[in-house]
Design a protein around this ligand. Structure first.
Ligand SMILES: [Zn+2]
Length: 313
């Protein structure tokens, strides 16, 4: 492994990057912010840019798409970028393994919706009454314009289990065989199976959709789940649940599997996300093809954000 400050390190990382296609770009980060996100020197960020990292001219300055920066960082192998450090921190619950996931946990999710314009609307998919409940359908989105807050509780019990069905195990092995790389992409691209496969990329929605299609075709019942990974910073996530041959519902989380093997390979066992259910995934009503939180009719869009936390109570 080459050190991040060595000749060739960032050039290789940029060479591997699949950048966000032009029609989807949202260039918002300055070069100083890129340097901060990569936690590298001025010299290193210069090499990143010289290697062809995509920049866009906006209002007389050059800006980068935050997802390009994240995707470069998470797959860089530097161990020090903000993307790698924060994702490894979010996944550290997997180090103790599924045997520690089987207690009942009472979570409180809190969303703070920040926008400089008054009275702009936010649409939030609420948490399900229980993680295994059936969705109430599209009528259930909550409008959070006036308060800019959304709070909900959910009790979650995880499980420690393995996939029994040989057919399901085969599908998982086939999905992981090309060694897909994790990437953050817009929902439209994530659900474009041909585009993701062509670039050998995976994110939580793409993995959930691809697996769900293949597993349903073999006659198994599946649930495409969208919600939040609980923590001091809660993050959006999607995962698949499937009814195995033994009648138990199992969670298959290819995206977390790929991330854990990338970031914590010596600490997280390789089957942790293939059959067991984490006790910190809060399931919402949100379908796979919809954003979990949507901001409506705002001209500021780039300065508006969702701050999510989920704590035990
Ligand atoms: Zn706004």
């Amino acid at each position: 492994m080459i050190a991040p400050n060595s000749e060739g390190f960032w050039e290789l990382a940029v060479g591997r990057l699949v950048s966000i296609p032009a029609s989807y770009t949202r260039p918002v980060l300055s070069i100083t912010e890129v340097q901060h996100a990569l936690r590298c020197s001025v010299d290193e960020v210069g090499r990143v840019l010289d290697a062809g990292f995509p920049l866009y001219a906006v209002d007389g300055g050059l800006r980068a798409d935050a997802r390009d920066v994240f995707n470069l960082a998470i797959n860089s192998g530097s161990s020090r970028t903000l993307a790698e450090v924060s994702a490894a921190y979010a996944l550290r619950f997997a180090i103790d393994g599924p045997s520690s996931w089987c207690r009942r946990r009472h979570w409180t999710l809190h969303l703070q919706l920040e926008c400089p314009s008054a009275n702009r609307s936010w649409l939030v998919w609420p948490l399900l009454a229980a993680p295994s409940a059936h969705s109430a359908g599209p009528s259930s989105r909550v409008e959070c314009g006036a308060t800019s807050m959304y709070s909900a509780i959910q009790d979650v019990v995880g499980s420690a289990d393995t996939i029994r069905s040989p057919a399901l195990r085969e599908i998982v092995v086939d999905t992981l065989q090309p060694g897909p790389r994790y990437a953050r992409v817009p929902i439209e691209l994530s659900l474009d199976e041909a585009w993701m496969a062509k670039h050998n990329l995976v994110d939580c929605r793409s993995a959930t959709r691809t697996l769900s299609r293949m597993i349903e075709a073999r006659g198994y019942r599946v649930r495409e789940c969208v919600g939040w990974l609980a923590g001091p910073v809660a993050s959006e996530h999607a995962w698949l649940e499937v009814e195995d041959d033994d009648g138990a519902w199992k969670s298959i989380d290819i995206a977390f599997h790929v991330l854990a093997q990338l970031l914590l390979p010596d600490q997280v066992k390789s089957d942790v996300f293939l059959g067991s259910k984490p006790d910190r995934l809060l399931r919402s009503e949100c379908p796979l093809d919809s954003p979990l939180v949507e901001h409506v009719d705002c001209v500021n869009e780039f300065s508006c954000r969702t701050v999510a936390t989920a704590r035990l109570s």
